[in-house]
Design a protein around this ligand. Structure first.
Ligand code: NAD
Ligand code: WQD
Length: 338
């Protein structure tokens, strides 16, 4: 039996494929390569020594999905495929709702048609909106999202929960990721954003490698330790391992389970800059800019439930996250094109 990994050529998906294969799972990747490079597949094989079966296909393509479920013996699906750029989702809401929601509805319909009712879904801390209190637990209320991307995650959580409530053969795990950074220690796979990065760490690494001049720090007047935004950064390899642990939850009768995947520690933007400088030995020039629309002051996780129920804890600290982000960027200044 195999695990189908949608979006398995992307940033978090590729790291999860490594951990799955290293834990002995058979892996089938399905990705339309809209935000990934096929060359990642050779890099994955070089790390694990195993080839994953790859289908270049779109999750909205019912026929292609059906063929995969007919050809492969799929036991469970880890569903990463989706569009994820917050700003772009404000400009192109239809494309985000179509890709993420129509895509997931098509995927789960083909899953049930083929009798596969185990799914792990990539959700996000964005579903908590601006939290009333930190750390946020899985019981903290979901709040209004500030952009269509966030709404797709919030709505898909609801859709999958309702499907599970109506049909108890479904086993659903919703994983709410905090802020994934870092890369595999080999420095051969990592985050490879198109164009100018939206997220903090890839922006910093591109400044460090000389592709961008300076970091824009969005706001220094938040009610936080140094006025800059505080987030729960988590090493992508720890996040990937969380998926392997969560697979064990997909047993008959397990129902619906929701977990935060974070470290429980918040770092400010300026703390990230300082830690990155120490880890890389490279100075990061920055300028303070106005706040970015839609940003919140502070968010970090309680990761107690994942520890208690999955036996999962993040093992890497901020030093490893910065070192590994830097190793990937330094060795691959142009991503997979090198
Ligand atoms: P990514 O863009 O690197 O990976 C997504 C992958 O899905 C890409 O390889 C892309 O080509 C593929 N894809 C997109 N639409 C598809 C479609 N219609 N059919 C088939 N493949 C498709 O992003 P990532 O950072 O690895 O994120 C993975 C998942 O985790 C996403 O669902 C994202 O929303 C979620 N998530 C990411 C973060 C983060 O900060 N990176 C945080 C929380 C949640
Ligand atoms: C982190 C901090 C910025 C860039 C987003 C999505 C969220 C999730 C993770 C998918 C903030 C500051 C950033 C820069 C900066 N993704 N910053 N200069 O906004 O916490 O979360 O990615 O689900 O849904 O919203 O992450 O990395 O963009 O920002 O000062 O150039 O860094 O203001 O305080 P964010 P981020």
């Amino acid at each position: 039996m195999a695990i189908l990994v949608t979006g398995g050529a992307g940033y978090i998906g590729s790291h999860t494929v490594v951990e799955l294969q290293q834990a002995g799972h058979e892996v089938v990747i399905l990705d339309n390569l809209s935000n990934a490079d096929e060359r990642v597949l050779q890099r994955l094989q070089a790390i694990t020594g195993k080839a994953a079966t790859f289908y270049r296909a779109d999750i909205r393509d019912r026929k292609a999905l059906s063929e995969v479920f007919e050809k492969e013996k799929i036991e469970s699906v880890i569903h990463f495929a989706g569009l994820k750029a917050v700003g772009e989702s404000v400009e192109k809401p239809w494309e985000y709702y179509d890709n993420n929601i129509t895509g997931t509805l098509t995927l789960v319909d083909e899953m049930r048609r083929h009798g596969v009712k185990n799914i792990i879904f990539s959700s996000s801390s964005t579903v908590y909106g601006e939290p009333d209190a930190v750390p946020v637990t899985e019981e903290s209320p979901k709040k209004a999202c500030t952009n269509p991307y966030g709404w797709t995650k919030s709505m898909l959580e609801q859709i999958l929960s309702d499907m599970q409530a109506a049909d108890h053969e479904w086993n659903v795990v919703l994983l709410r990721y905090f802020n994934p950074i870092g890369a595999h220690r080999s420095g051969t796979i990592g985050e490879n954003p198109n164009g100018i990065p939206n997220n903090l760490m890839p922006y910093i690494t591109q400044v460090a490698v000389g592709k961008l001049k300076e970091l824009n720090v969005f706001g220094d007047d938040y009610p936080t330790k140094d006025g800059t935004g505080v987030r729960d950064y988590i090493h992508v390899v720890d996040l990937a391992k969380g998926h392997v642990k969560a697979l064990a939850k997909l047993t008959p009768g397990s129902g619906l389970n929701i977990y935060n995947l974070g470290t429980g520690t918040g770092y400010s933007v300026l703390e990230i800059v300082k830690n990155f400088e120490e880890a890389s030995g490279v100075k990061i020039p920055y300028v303070i800019r106005p706040r970015r629309a839609g940003d919140i002051a502070c968010n970090y996780a309680s990761a107690e439930k994942a520890k208690r129920e999955l036996g999962w804890v993040a093992e890497n600290g901020i030093r490893e996250m910065c070192e590994d982000s830097w190793r990937w960027q330094k060795n691959n200044p142009n991503g997979y094109a090198d």
